[in-house]
Design a binder for this molecule. Structure first.
Ligand code: HEC
Length: 132
């Protein structure tokens, strides 16, 4: 294949992946999709390092809190993972490098965020404050 043709094919593949994988309405902010290499690597690291044991396979929470929704800024995650103040074991740069932690962050922010209840037409509108 000629170089130009390869580039066009790659661009087409990217479009097809982007259109097919991201569910409509799930994207509330620019974020890497599951096709992002860093996010994919981050998912592997999330499993390999045992984060999933306490935070759930998709960061939904378990023994530890949910960390895949309203993801904290990278610096906050990094500070906590390096020197946790509670039950969580610390992960030093020797066991989990900064680059790897950035990939875990890329994975966390790639996760689809829950839809705002107001944006789901089939849900009845309930006035929670006034309900009784
Ligand atoms: C043995 C269980 C366990 C493992 C393994 C674990 N965590 Fe945690 N994590 C916790 C608990 C419990 C908390 C809540 C605070 C505390 O008690 O330390 C927490 C808190 C956090 C927080 C702060 C969340 C917040 O809302 O303040 C982040 C970020 C986090 N963990 C990321 C990770 C990452 C990334 C990994 C893998 C590298 C990991 N954790 C592995 C148990 C764990």
């Amino acid at each position: 294949m000629k170089p130009g043709k390869v580039a066009r094919s790659a661009a087409l593949l990217v479009c097809v992946l982007a259109a097919g994988i991201v569910p409509a309405g799930a994207q509330t902010r620019p974020m890497p999709g599951p096709s992002d290499a860093h996010a994919r690597h981050g998912h592997e690291l999330f499993l390999q390092n045992g984060c999933y044991l306490c935070h759930g396979t998709v960061g939904q929470g378990g023994v530890g809190p949910a960390i895949g929704v309203d993801v904290l800024p990278f610096v906050a995650i990094s500070n906590y993972v390096r020197a946790p103040s509670g039950e969580m074991p610390p992960f030093s740069t020797r066991v989990l490098s900064d680059t790897d932690l950035q990939d875990i962050y890329a994975y966390l922010i790639s996760l689809p965020q829950p839809q705002a209840p107001d944006s789901i037409p089939l849900l009845p509108k309930v006035d929670v404050a006034g309900a009784h």
